[in-house]
Design a protein around this ligand. Structure first.
Ligand SMILES: [Zn+2]
Length: 264
């Protein structure tokens, strides 16, 4: 394994037709992945997938912020968090992208707080999903205010900002908290991200696909797969002006440092 896709969804229906073949393509490409739940059912499915692929796939269990209509089942989730292939809690956070979700900030905050508390209790890092409303950074600012509050009482709290879409000011707040910044396929085709990739120290960067969503160049418009994470690592190397081999090694090390239950 040379590369890790720290955020993907083999547990979603988009892989129902060819899940095994897509996993094989990932393994053949020298890639492993963290399979991320968005609710109770997909979190359980993520764990099931890891049981069949214990050396290449790990699970993350939690409830996505747009799933605010459902209450957070702390009992069920804390039982899942004890699974040996579980490496993180989430994806959780705040999503203000669609007006309907933004109107339900309060519900989102409640389920976010429960998951931060579960992360602290279980000693697992957070997989953050924070999606701002277009043209603003308020979802990031609100999430950081909450995280900074918990961090005071629980300095060991850690995590990563998945699919990072913030600016360098937001990135610096995550770095100051001891969190990581995870870049997705959008850095391969949206020039505006290059300044942020250049800004964040290599020791704090993670690579991810968010498959089946947001395929990187040259696969844009197709269903995304963890095997394509290599394109994101290449782009980080290109922007940083560092050899691909060095970047691969460091990103793998970063994932191990954050997700301490990764066993490879
Ligand atoms: Zn995701």
């Amino acid at each position: 394994m040379n590369t890790i896709d720290t955020h993907s969804h083999f547990n979603l229906y988009q892989f129902d037709e060819d899940r095994e073949a897509a996993i094989k393509r990932m393994v053949d490409a020298g890639v492993g992945t963290v399979c991320v739940g968005i609710d109770l059912e997909t979190s359980k499915l993520a764990i099931e997938i890891t049981l069949e692929n214990p050396t290449t796939i790990w699970a993350c269990v939690g409830q996505h912020p747009t799933e605010w209509k459902q209450e957070f089942d702390a009992v069920e989730f804390s039982a899942l968090a004890e699974g040996k292939n579980v490496v993180a809690i989430g994806e959780c956070g705040l999503d203000y992208f669609r007006p309907d979700d933004k109107e339900h900030k309060e519900e989102q905050v409640v389920i976010f707080r429960r998951q931060i508390e579960l992360a602290i209790e279980s000693g697992l890092p957070l997989m953050l999903h924070i999606r701002p409303e277009m043209g603003t950074m308020t979802a990031y600012e609100d999430a950081l205010d909450i995280l900074e509050e918990y961090k005071q009482a629980a300095p060991q709290l850690s995590g990563t900002a998945h699919f990072f879409a913030g600016d360098t000011v937001i990135a610096q707040r995550f770095i100051d908290l001891g969190f990581y910044i995870s870049f997705s396929g959008v850095i391969t085709f949206v020039k505006e991200y290059e300044a942020t990739v250049a800004y964040v120290p290599l020791e704090r960067i993670l690579s991810e696909t968010d498959a089946p969503f947001a395929a990187p160049a040259p696969y844009r418009g197709k269903r995304n797969e963890p095997a394509y994470v290599v394109e994101i690592v290449k782009k980080v190397a290109e922007i940083k002006g560092i050899s691909l081999e060095t970047v691969e090694k460091q990103l793998l090390q970063n994932a191990k440092d954050l997700f301490t239950n990764l066993n490879f």
